[in-house]
Write a protein that binds this ligand. Structure first.
Ligand SMILES: [Zn+2]
Length: 110
């Protein structure tokens, strides 16, 4: 359990509190999970559904907590890797298709 600051008055409150005990402001932000299963979900989404990984990354980076930021940064890195891999794969595929087309053309001319 970590302490959060109330967005309204800055009073320190438990991340499990539903409302600020000082000013009564409802705390809608549910604490972000750092459980392994949650991390695996985030990393999976980052790798295979790149744009959505950034949504998680933003949510985790925004919190400022070191543990959460680490998860957020990992999600960003995985998203970048995924995008680079997609581009690389697309370029490799285009090259392969071009090569196939070239060899077909050569066959026709010979
Ligand atoms: Zn408050």
């Amino acid at each position: 359990m970590a302490l959060l600051k109330c967005k309204e008055c800055g009073h320190e409150i438990s991340d499990e509190a539903k409302a600020c005990p000082n000013c009564g402001k409802p705390q809608k932000n549910k604490p972000l999970s750092t459980s392994l299963s949650k991390q695996i979900t985030i990393y999976f989404v980052s790798l295979f559904l790149p744009p959505f990984g950034l949504w998680y990354a933003w949510k985790y980076l925004e919190k400022g907590d070191q543990e959460l930021r680490k998860i957020g940064l990992t999600a960003v890195v995985l998203t970048i890797i995924s995008i680079v891999a997609s581009i690389w794969f697309t370029v490799a595929l285009i090259n392969l298709v071009n090569q196939s087309l070239n060899s077909i053309n050569l066959d026709n001319f010979q």
